[in-house]
Design a protein around this ligand. Structure first.
Ligand code: NAD
Length: 710
């Protein structure tokens, strides 16, 4: 394959990048661009050069698969390619359409002139990978669009259409269509005009220093511990204090430092995790997803309403079913209020808000679901209620419709067995609030057909969710792990920590919210009910008396004005509460524990290793297909800090040998429950072999195990 096609027409050399799908700047493409420039430079028949992409992209930027090996730095390294374009003695015009991102955009900035389609998607997404533009983007872009626009775009990673930048010096021509024609016409009009090099342009701003200082402060408050956005400002600032070459050296230095930073490694891991999660055994290119045009949701409570909105937001008509008129009215009123609120805040136009409300049709008659292609049940968490609902759905649903349950804890295999079509049944575990939270656990039951799973994964993308496939178990991936984490948090209260200390320690590590603040937000009644069920199922299980007393007092969290903390009316600030302190003290006395001071580091380790140990079991059981899926669940659904890459990635960074040693030390603590810290066999095995979770031996998927069970 020729990665750059070369053609001369009427004195113009056309270099067409051809590295589908999106012209990622692989080593081969970089080499071919430089070769094309050299060839055109030497070709007497050529007066001007046009660099153009394919229909989908000018270029999506670096080929980040090359980050892992040495290819990314292999000669010609991207900055050298960009420099070669700029150094060309013949004028080079970038003809830009489709996607033009990161390194691809830097290539365009190395060209002397730029002609673009107005709807070209322009962005510098490097900060999302913990990086900054590293091929002079931070030095050239401000010279064309000014400091403010450059800071905004580079720091946010936001995508903007080319048309939005048409009043800057960035583009020479912006057209609606016929990019080729416009570029050819521009090249012809250029005639013998010399190259215009961006590096020679000044950066102008009346108060550059003050602006950059202001920008730095603003970014520091929202960057939540991430360093790349601040370092991007540092690189951009060099355009105002240093000459071009020195500024470029500053950028290169920062880029190099970030490239090897744990933050960027973790963010790149998260990026690949998202891609890997779409690959599911049993789903092949031949697996044809089912068509889903109409959706029905059963239950108009907290989850049903949110799920209905998720689909309405993506333009799906939704039938919302309820058992009782008052519950239905309440559900619809909540939905309406949400959309009206969004319109008032300017997040949605009043027209769009009305359209979304209109897409949701309330009904008390299950027959209204007969045309739905997907029916999602979100009724009470009670197997009897689920049974009756699934039997009714089974009667009315059309052949081939997909039937889903949003259960958090119940056995999806049993639920599927209530129907005569278990192959069409799966779990779709949304998180609350369902219209906001990104994560969707797609639960494959024993008999779920591959095309049903494939349909769910495709739909998740359409409604903007991050889908992760999970096998069937109590709590699936996310809640089964969080349960261990919460238990550990409660044990630390018994030993001497306070809710605020536990929350503060893990929030300092980077979590959006500590376990007690999170529980107050989600509702302490939920975990209390789950604990009651666990006590019944496992009578020997240690009782969490402190938490049970919080539940018995009806301290359900923010919604009741008190929980682990107290809340002033109408406010969400978590305030320490003497009532909680005395409960903790009393229970410590009952347990005959003399409280000790726990170091923040111990708190963080115990919370994380509780997650990791359960994650390892989940992986070994094949409930999760890969360690990075578990990371994705935690990044998308539980506020795990992205710069730490997720619990399993974090474990690999710490070293499984260390994790194992520390768990054994925790087990030796006089108040520890030794069963709690029994290390997962997978961790023991991997630690002994000096391996990480990315390389698990003898991994079996639950699908495979099921197949063997017959
Ligand atoms: P909810 O109590 O807010 O809503 C349940 C709704 O189902 C009620 O409006 C009720 O009237 C309706 N309902 C009950 N029986 C019905 C029937 N036979 N036919 C039609 N409607 C019926 O509960 P929720 O928090 O929305 O939870 C619903 C499901 O989602 C549960 O399985 C729960 O475990 C799961 N879930 C909840 C959360 C959460 O954070 N709340 C998160 C993930 C999953």
């Amino acid at each position: 394959m020729t990665v750059v096609k070369y053609k001369v027409e009427k004195g113009v050399a056309w270099l067409a990048m051809n590295n589908p799908p999106l012209n990622a700047l692989s080593h081969a493409l970089r080499q071919a661009i430089v070769a094309g420039i050299d060839r055109a430079g030497a070709d007497r028949a050529v007066q001007a050069i046009v660099l153009i992409g394919n229909d989908r992209a000018f270029s999506s930027g670096a080929d980040i698969k090359e980050f892992a090996g040495g290819e990314f730095y292999r000669d010609p390294f991207l900055p050298a390619v960009v420099a070669a374009l700029e150094a060309s003695a013949k004028p080079v015009i970038a003809a830009i359409g489709g996607v033009c991102m990161g390194g691809g955009f830097e290539v365009a900035l190395g060209c002397h002139y730029r002609v673009a389609l107005g709807d070209t998607k322009i962005s510098f997404p490097e900060v999302k990978l913990g990086l900054i533009p590293g091929a002079a983007g931070t030095q050239r872009f401000p010279r064309l669009v000014g400091l403010e626009t450059a800071v905004n775009m580079i720091v946010s990673g936001a995508t903007v259409p080319a048309a939005a930048l048409k009043d800057t010096a960035l583009f020479d021509v912006v057209v609606k269509d016929d990019l080729r024609g416009a570029a050819a016409e521009f090249a012809r009009r250029l005639e013998k005009k010399p190259p215009r090099r961006v590096r020679d342009l000044p950066v102008e701003h009346p108060q550059a220093e003050a602006f950059l200082q202001f920008a730095k402060q603003g970014v520091a408050t929202v960057a939540r511990g991430l360093s790349a956005p601040l370092r991007a400002i540092e690189a951009i600032a060099a355009t105002t204090t240093q000459d071009y070459d020195a500024g470029l050296a500053t950028e290169q230095k920062i880029f190099g430092e970030l490239m090897v930073s744990p933050e960027s490694k973790a963010m790149r891991h998260a990026f690949f995790a998202e891609r890997a999660a779409t690959k599911v055994p049993g789903i092949t290119e031949q697996t044809k997803p089912r068509e889903v045009k109409k959706v029905a949701v059963v239950g108009a409570g907290t989850m049903g309403g949110g799920i209905a909105m998720s689909f309405a937001n993506a333009g799906f008509p939704v039938t919302l079913l309820e058992a009782k008129q008052d519950a239905l009215d309440r559900g619809i009123a909540t939905i309406r209020k949400f959309y009206e609120g969004a319109a008032q805040k300017g997040k949605l136009s009043p027209g769009d808000a009305a359209k979304r409300v209109a897409l949701i049709t309330p009904s008390l008659d299950f027959a209204a679901a007969k045309e739905a292609d997907l029916i999602i049940e979100a009724v009470f968490e009670d197997l009897g209620v689920k049974k009756s609902v699934f039997q009714q759905i089974d009667k009315v649903a059309r052949k081939g419709a997909i039937l889903a349950t949003n259960t958090s804890t119940l056995d999806v295999d049993r639920i599927a067995a209530y129907t005569k079509r278990p192959g069409d049944v799966l779990g779709l575990h949304f998180f609350s609030p369902a219209n906001v939270m990104k994560l969707l656990e797609v639960v494959g039951a024993a008999k779920t057909r591959p095309d049903v799973l494939a349909t769910a994964l495709g739909l998740a993308r359409k409604i903007g969710k991050t889908a992760v496939v999970s096998g069937v178990c109590d709590g699936f991936i996310g809640n089964r792990m969080i349960n261990r984490y919460s238990q550990q948090a409660l044990l630390m209260l018994e030993e001497g920590a306070s809710p605020q200390q536990v929350d503060r320690a893990i929030e300092k590590f980077g979590f959006a919210m500590g376990p007690f603040r999170m529980s107050d937000l989600a509702g302490n009644d939920i975990s209390w009910h789950i604990r009651q069920r666990h006590y019944e199922e496992h009578p020997k299980q240690r009782r969490m008396r402190i938490a049970d007393r919080i539940g018995e007092l009806g301290r359900f969290g923010q919604k009741t004005g008190s929980g682990w903390y107290r809340y002033e009316p109408g406010k969400r600030d978590a305030l320490p509460d003497p009532v909680v302190e005395s409960i903790i003290k009393e229970e410590r006395a009952v347990l005959k524990i003399t409280p000790r001071k726990l170091a923040d580091a111990e708190i963080v380790e115990r919370l994380l290793y509780a997650l990791i140990n359960e994650g390892a079991r989940i992986l070994a059981e094949g409930i999760a297909l890969r360690a990075s899926d578990i990371d994705l669940v935690y990044l998308a659904g539980y506020g795990f800090p992205v710069q730490r890459g997720g619990p399993m990635f974090h474990a690999s960074q710490v070293g499984l040998g260390t994790v194992l040693r520390r768990m054994r030390e925790f087990a030796a603590n006089p108040h520890a429950d030794p069963a709690f810290w029994k290390p997962a066999p997978l961790i023991v095995k991997l630690a002994a072999a000096g391996k990480t979770f990315d390389d698990p031996p003898e991994k079996k998927s639950s699908q495979q195990r099921r197949a063997r069970r017959g």
